[in-house]
Design a protein around this ligand. Structure first.
Ligand code: GDP
Ligand code: MG
Length: 312
């Protein structure tokens, strides 16, 4: 099976729960309403709220939907899906380059987020993703707060046969990162992925730790980190949004990884988060296996949720 087909299947399977909220909701709404009226719009609003798009973003979408329906004199209820798709795209598509520019000598990615959201697992998956593109990947175990994180990463590193830089539990996260950058340069790695601890309850420490890591790695590579990716647990819906807000106060975030979209019906949260934070979602996680990380393509995501379109 080729990469795209496999990715499409994974995405489809992973988004099953959200997809059924949308499918059933829209079908029911269109069956019950032959014209576009306030009742129908109310039902659309409910679908968006149920899948955790969030109140603010839902309000924007409904307002724009009503406007377009009246301006273009749209009569046929199923047309609503196309209008929604366009309105959602406007809110979540940043048209920034989705793929990491790997032509640089070394691409340093700092991965941040609250404990349990899926940082370490996402790093394993990212490592696999880049390795499959024949990139040389190195991982820095800079979550030195929990022994489990280091063990978890060494399992990934062994499985993928890539180097892991670690200095044991309790060691200085920034110094591990520094060693990892030096090693990456020396060994001409393409990508360095840095894991971090996520103690959000202690904002001050977290901020200090993250800025120290950034300061220290800049000593070796002045423009590093090239990306700071925030990992959010998609199954927590609006909670993920609060985390995104809190983290963006602590450090600059370039992109999001939204995990655990498999088995949740709250996949709409992605639309709310991206639209409010104005941060592109780079990848989504739809399971625990190495290939369960999918580059996020807004249109593909919406096509799947709204139209159940096959992606290839
Ligand atoms: P961290 O504390 O942020 O490093 O989080 P971990 O990477 O340790 O992940 C916490 C738990 O979430 C683990 O049991 C992972 O296997 C699980 N997990 C991570 N990403 C996904 C995902 O996309 N889907 C599912 N179902 N589980 C995930
Ligand atoms: Mg971890």
């Amino acid at each position: 099976m080729n990469f795209f087909k496999r990715t499409a299947d994974k995405l489809k399977k992973g988004l099953k729960a959200t997809k059924s909220v949308w499918n059933e909701g829209f079908n029911k709404a269109f069956n019950l309403n032959t014209t576009i009226d306030d009742d129908l719009i109310d039902e659309i609003e409910e679908i968006l709220l149920l899948s955790d798009v969030g109140v603010d973003t839902t309000n924007i979408l409904i307002k724009n939907l009503k406007k377009t329906v009246s301006e273009q004199q749209v009569k046929n209820p199923p047309e609503i899906k196309n209008i929604l798709k366009n309105e959602m795209l406007k809110l979540i598509d940043y048209h920034e380059k989705q793929d990491i520019n790997l032509n640089k000598n070394l691409h340093v990615v700092l991965v941040v987020g609250v404990n349990g959201t899926g940082k370490t697992t996402s790093i394993g998956k990212l490592a696999n993703f880049f390795k499959n593109q024949n990139k040389k990947v190195i991982i820095s175990a800079s979550d030195t707060f929990r022994a489990g994180a280091i063990d978890q990463l060494s399992i990934w590193a062994n499985k993928l046969d890539i180097s892991l830089v670690s200095n044991g539990m309790g060691s200085d996260p920034a110094s591990v990162a520094y060693t990892a950058v030096e090693k990456s340069i020396k060994e001409k790695a393409d990508v360095l992925l840095i894991d971090t601890a996520g103690r959000l309850h202690n904002n001050q420490n977290l901020m200090m730790e993250l800025s120290k890591i950034q300061r220290v790695i800049k000593k070796v590579v002045a423009d590093a980190p090239h990306e700071v990716l925030l990992v959010l647990d998609g199954s927590t819906g609006q909670n993920a949004f609060i985390q995104a807000e809190q983290f963006s106060k602590v450090t600059d975030i370039n992109g999001l990884i939204v995990t655990k979209l498999d088995g949740t019906s709250k996949g709409g949260a992605i639309i709310g988060i991206s639209s409010k934070m104005k941060i592109p979602i780079r990848y989504i996680g739809v399971g625990e296996a190495a290939d369960d990380l999918i580059p996020f393509v807004p249109e593909q995501y919406l096509d799947l949720l709204l139209f159940d379109k096959n992606l290839n």
